[in-house]
Design a protein around this ligand. Structure first.
Ligand code: KIV
Length: 264
């Protein structure tokens, strides 16, 4: 697959669905590269990779380390790195942190959670020449503040708030955005009205693309499984079966058999 630019991604709106998947290392990024338009180094790595209870303690250093690893594996996908919690507290701080991520990792864009409140930050980044992916709807970085993961877009106010957020970040310069955990009908309306691609997660079918966390869709993350996650592989069971076979063979002196020995 040819590597896409920001304008290629925008031009997919209403033409072709965008496939985004997360990755945190070179090994899996190499496997996904052939199929994904965009790879996201999401701060979800803090949960599924590092075992923390939410994304909040992810650091800029974590994001840089994992983006460099993904870049080593993915040669064609458009690479997006999450700005972690606490890295966008004011505009100066946001610019400094985004420039650090952009320069040290050579990612293609950064992703920022936030709506109307974060639009001036997005505008400032775009003025610096940094491509920005927005993230509105359910924002995992707000989980402690909101007391859980809450579906967005309920009622007229819910729709209007999301439309305000969507237009604010679009007008600030976000070339596409993730819309998470939103009623399907509301996501469809936002996607219809806003001119840039809307990449849904837990937001139904009627958006411009989808993103899933790789360890969720491969069935490897067992701690919790949201309704919207489709498991395309029973990863945890397969891995456990394989490791159990290895254990049994070692315990019973069956591995390494002759085929796996050096005899000359
Ligand atoms: O951190 C992440 O993986 C994300 C996706 C859920 C979109 O932001």
């Amino acid at each position: 697959m040819k590597k896409l630019s920001t304008t290629d991604i925008i031009s997919k709106k209403n033409r072709e669905k965008i496939v985004m998947i997360t990755a945190y290392d070179a090994l899996f990024a190499r496997l996904f590269d052939e199929f994904a338009d965009m790879i996201l180094i999401g701060d979800s790595l803090n949960m599924s990779f590092k075992g923390e209870r939410d994304t909040i303690s992810a650091t800029i250093e974590d994001m840089i380390y994992h983006t460099k690893a993904v870049k080593n594996g993915a040669k064609n996908s458009f690479i997006v790195t999450d700005m972690p919690f606490g890295s966008t507290t004011n505009i100066k701080h946001t610019i400094k942190n985004a420039i650090k991520i952009y320069k040290e990792t050579s990612c293609d864009a950064v992703k920022i959670e936030g709506g109307k409140n974060i639009a001036p930050h997005i505008k400032a980044l775009c003025n610096e020449g940094i491509s920005v992916v927005g993230h509105i709807g359910l924002m995992p970085q707000k989980v402690r503040f909101e007391g859980g993961y809450r579906i967005k877009g309920r009622g007229e106010d819910g729709l209007n708030k999301l439309l305000d957020d969507a237009f604010a970040i679009y007008e600030a310069g976000a070339f596409c955005f993730v819309l998470e955990g939103t009623l399907s009908s509301v996501a469809a309306e936002i996607s219809k009205q806003v001119p840039v691609p809307v990449i849904g997660i837990g937001s139904g079918l009627h958006v411009d693309g989808q993103v899933l966390v790789w360890s969720d869709m491969l069935g490897l993350f067992e701690d919790f499984r949201p309704k919207f996650v489709k498991q395309y592989l029973n990863g945890a069971t397969l891995v456990k079966e394989a490791v159990k076979s290895y254990k049994d063979e070692v315990k019973n002196s069956l591995f390494p058999s002759e085929n796996f020995e050096y005899n000359k």
